[in-house]
Design a protein around this ligand. Structure first.
Ligand SMILES: [Zn+2]
Length: 196
């Protein structure tokens, strides 16, 4: 099924579109909300992979996985989200990276055998921030139990973004104003430039 949700510059949000014409790296699309026709540049999405993780909590450790994009570079000290075998998501800090029985300080995700991590209460949230012309990826640190609320405005450095929707780690998409989720449960936050 072709992805048909794109950012509409007229509606100033992600809407359903009809694809009128497809050419390499480019799509001509029509917004089904307002009818405006515009071009979308489409870059190939990096593949998502699951890396094996050994997660330590205090004196215990358990098995889990960490979802990463294959071209992502991971370093000791990075804050990530791990999923345990029973489906719980936890904020973790990378304590060691193993490739072919060797421990390294950093590596590309696709090369990693196992990530050793410890549970922390901070996570890095991926935010797709759209300023009306382009999407800028932001990485914002939150407490794992911090609420992210649709419709509210947040700040990251020079950017102020209003959350328009939230994609959860379980695949569900939340769009309703006022709905919220814990930062550690979120796969990606979508925001547009906050206007006053
Ligand atoms: Zn539109």
């Amino acid at each position: 099924m072709e992805e048909t949700e794109f950012f509409c510059p007229t509606c100033n949000e992600d809407t359903e579109h009809e694809i009128l014409k497809e050419s390499p790296g480019k799509l001509l699309v029509k917004c089904l909300e307002c009818g405006s026709i515009h071009n979308i540049t489409r870059e190939p999405e990096p593949r998502e992979i699951r890396v094996k993780a050994i997660i330590s909590i205090e004196r215990d450790s358990m098995k889990g996985t960490i979802e990463l994009t294959e071209d992502e570079r991971i370093s000791v000290g990075d804050l990530l989200v791990a999923e345990t075998e029973d489906g719980e998501s936890l904020g973790v800090e990378v304590s060691s990276i193993e490739i072919d029985d060797k421990r390294v300080g950093n590596a590309q995700a696709s090369d990693i055998g196992t990530i050793w991590a410890r549970v922390v209460d901070r996570v890095i949230l991926k935010v797709s921030y759209h300023d009306g012309r382009a999407t800028i990826p932001l990485y914002v640190e939150y407490g794992g139990e911090d609420d992210i609320v649709i419709g509210e405005t947040y700040r990251s450095g020079q950017y102020r973004y209003k959350v328009t929707h939230i994609k959860l780690r379980n695949g569900a998409m939340m769009r309703k104003e006022g709905w919220k989720a814990y930062a550690r449960k979120i796969k990606r936050v979508y925001g547009t430039k906050a206007v006053y």
